[in-house]
Design a protein around this ligand. Sequence first.
Ligand code: URA
Length: 467
Amino acid sequence: MAVTDDITSSSSSKSTKPAVTSEFNPISFIEKKKHGIAHSQTEIHDWVNGVMSGTVADYQLSAWMMAVCLKGLSEDETFYLTEAFVNSGEILSVEGIEGTFVDKHSTGGVGDKTTLVVVPLLAAMGLKVAKLSGRGLGFTGGTIDKLEAIPGFKVSQTTQAMKDQLQQIGAVLSSQTGDLAPADALFYALRDVTATVDNLSLIAASVVSKKIASGADVIVLDIKVGRGAFMKTLTEAKALASLCRTIGVRFGKRLETVISSMNQPLGSAIGHTVEILEVVETLKGNGSADLEYLCLALASVACVSAGLFPTTQTAWVALKEKLYNGDAYRKFEEIVQAQGGDVEALDPEAAAMPQPARMATIMAPSSGYVHQIDSMKVAKAVKMLGGGRSKKEDVLDLSVGVQLHHKVGDFVEAGEVLARVLTGKHHFNEAIKTLKSAFQLSEVPMDGMPELILDSSLPLFSHHNEH
Ligand code: URA
């Protein structure tokens, strides 16, 4: 891969920044999209450069993004937008480090801690992973916030520190630097507050531009679909997956997609400290079946795409061994240690991570089968407790969260614990009420178990429900 020592001095043939052409008129540009007329590459580059330089105002960008939501962007326009995002910043590259660089991204979910399992797992296989993650967004949890539950863990890394760590242990978990695809951050901040998040082209440009800018050779996208995801239907998720793959190919990258359900939270923990503890258990081979399954699926797709194995089946077997022989957990410990984190704190007995003020339990009101655990409601409850942000500046309570004792399909007796709630000082009663309403029980068993993985661009080895 292309390489420089300094993130801010990296260049690529694609990163020449065209200046805004003199005849460019933002109002005519918005007008065009209002009437569903396609933009040219130059116009889209001018637009993004105008946003970056401040000549395009926030209200103009908001108006255009709403027009995009109503009229859409073509595949060409989506590619030009992605390209303009990439060109707005630098391309991270790490000189002199041998190996295949892999990146994995999720479109955002509830209880989604797959990154923290998949990164050490892939590094334990000898792949290089420089994972740049974000903070929580809307109802979704952020990997960087979760890592801050580990005492001492430094989420912000200099390029040189990232490079040294990659050389020594093959993986680094860092916060997204402002140098990579900075235009996306400007667009995203407005999308969040103008109801323009859930447009396929805007999401594809946002996600793919960051992955291209992070310099990975192999990219695996986990596209979430369902109640706790931006994509609500499988049709939409498939369209997004296909668009992302097409854009990836136009950048000359190997980009694979997995579509996974977000109808119920992933794994059993939702919150920051509790999710770190669940990651530790999963890396030791004691994880929830659904979380382990999705992590192995994403990692095996990455391994095949990187050319390590001919099929996901062979990759799966090798990855599972790394999970069960302790290699993946040891790699996680190495990452934590290298980034200043207290490895001893990963032991739940040490109680060295943020501790909740109180605990409560949600009991089954009657005997029956769990038909639904609404991810969105669970996320809302955790947010009410202080585990999510309403404004960017909000300080999170990393100790709060929910531990599910049952998942969809389970039978429970009346009075059995459905979930444990770790609470702080905020909105305790409201959160409990919301959480209770997330569970739907029925006397009749489910008519078949819900699928976790709904689609994969590479054929997968085994089926979750056969485990
Ligand atoms: N995640 C991103 O990074 N961007 C989006 O637009 C949606 C999810």
